[in-house]
Every structure is written in structure tokens, then in C-alpha cells.
Design a protein around this ligand. Sequence first.
Ligand code: C2E
Ligand code: MG
Ligand code: MG
Ligand code: MG
Length: 293
Amino acid sequence: TAKQQGKAGFVRYAEGMGEPVLAHMQLGSELRRALDNNEFRVVYQPIVRLGTGRLIGVEALVRWHHPARGVVSPAEFIPAAERTGLIVPLGRLVLRETCRQAAMWLADFGPDALREAGLNVSARQLHDPDFVADVADALAESGLPNERLVLEVTESAVLRGQQISRALFELDRMGIRLALDDFGTGESSLSLLRAFPAAIVKLDKSFVDGIEIDDGNPAAADARQAVARAVIQLARALSLDTVAEGIESPEQVAVLRELGYALGQGYHLAEPMSADGISRLLARQAITVRSVI
Ligand code: C2E
Ligand code: MG
Ligand code: MG
Ligand code: MG
């Protein structure tokens, strides 16, 4: 293991953690400095209707523009931000920026151009006593209608012990839509979905990978598609929207559409981009719609 490979005085990797222990201690103070220095930016990945390619929503994803290391991916710093608690101010920044930006798109392009904007919420944020008030403030200040905000949570964030976080029920009552992210990867996905006020399930990329493989063996193809099929059936029974994540090819789009997935997200459809990039897509979409009418 990585632990055994480590030598005294060198960076050692803790079991089950994706990053070096020593680096993570530095990362804490680096993150604080980066927050003060305004080094975080939000990019947006389109969520599109698979039949038409039309933009339905966006997911906000944070990026760290490190002065020396360049753009750092959230996989590298979100875990440390959670451990240090810095995810709370960082998450608030993403929340406010996303609401502000989504309200601007709404004002510029009208109510039908973009249905909703989503962002990721970590466990630490969800259990922060001020979280619901932070969300309410961000919505009120931006003027974004509550039902246009989607908060994406993972199964592990939803549960605290055996309890579902109370904040989720409050957010649901406020009309905010909750999405269960990375769906299918957790241990109790199915029972959780029944108990939790979700509006959307996001089929994890791991169930999209390989879904299109055609090796001439229908039984093997059925097995690869089994989770995606089960999830869409469950979502229909519970009247939830579905989004298939991590779509990387047109063949995957075809299989997912056949299974009944209406919405998708992935590099094949569109990569995460700046707010300006989304504005350009919305402008182009408006022209297309007008020329069709
Ligand atoms: P996620 O919420 O599941 O977001 C989807 C991730 O998959 C994003 O990675 C996105 O860029 C990537 N992705 C989208 N389409 C494809 C594809 O076709 N192929 C592949 N290989 N990847 C694709 P990203 O931006 O690196 O974010 C990683 C994770 O970090 C997110 O997973 C989310 O859990 C977390 N994260 C990102 N931004 C935030 C944030 O503002 N707050 C919190 N708490 N977590 C965040
Ligand atoms: Mg997400
Ligand atoms: Mg996801
Ligand atoms: Mg994911």
C-alpha cells in the first residue's frame, strides 16, 4: 500500500485517503489564503435534453486558479476543504455566484431559456446550522426564484448517522429542488430515495461507462445496462427527473435514450465552461428557436 511505501520524513499517504497527509496540512492554509485572494472560479457544465441537444440546466463546478499550479480540480481540494471546514465559506461563494449568474441568465434570456442551475453541497455545509439561511439569502439577494435552484447532494452527505439531514426537508419546503448525485454508488441508494425529498436523480458515470459496448452478446449488454434501467424505472415510479452523468459518446446517448433517459450531462454533450460560454450557448439557442418558429 501507499502507507508501506512511505519513508519517515517523506510524504506519506493515509489509507483510504486520496491525498498525502503532509500535503493536506499545507493545503488547509493554502485554501484559506486562496479564499482571501479570490482564487476560486465557478464554471458551468450544460445539462441537455438528449433528444434535441437543448440546454435545460447547468451544474456549477468550482475551480481553483492557483498562482503557481494553474487550475486545480475540485477532486484535489474539496476533501481538504471539508476536513478543515473551509468548504463552508467556499460553498457559500459558489452558492452566491451561481444564484447571481443564473438570475442574470434569466433576465437576459427569459424564463424558457434555462430551466435551472445546480450546485454541489457537501455534508459539512448541509449540517452547518446557517446553511438554510445562507441559501435563502443567496436566492433573495439574486432574485432567482427558489424552484430554479437545484442542490446536488450525495447519499453520504444526506445521512447523518441514520437520520436524513433536517435541512433537506426545509429546503424542499422552500421549493428548492434536490438532486441525489452519483446515484447508485452508495450503500442504501434505493431506500434512501424513498425517504428523502429528492426531485432529481443523477445516474453516476460509472453506470454510463461501457453501457454502449456491443460485443454481440445480448445477455452481457443487459447486465451492463441493468442499473441504468433499474434507476429509470424507480425514478418513474417516484416521479423524479433523471440526469445521466458522464456521457462521452453518441453511442451512449443512443442507449440512454432508448432506456428512457431524457436528460444528460457529459463531455460528449458539453464540457464545463465559463459563464460567458453558457451565455453564448443561450444566445445561439435563442436564435435557433426563433428561426424555427
Ligand atoms: P460531480 O458533482 O459528480 O460533478 C461531475 C464531475 O464529472 C465534474 O468534475 C465534471 O467536470 C465531470 N464530468 C462531466 N462530464 C464528464 C465526462 O463525460 N467524463 C468525465 N470523465 N468526467 C465528466 P469536477 O468538476 O472535477 O468535479 C468533481 C467533483 O467535485 C464533483 O463531482 C463534486 O462532487 C465536487 N465538486 C465540484 N464543485 C464543487 C463545489 O462547488 N462544492 C462541492 N461541495 N463539491 C464540488
Ligand atoms: Mg454534482
Ligand atoms: Mg455527479
Ligand atoms: Mg460524479
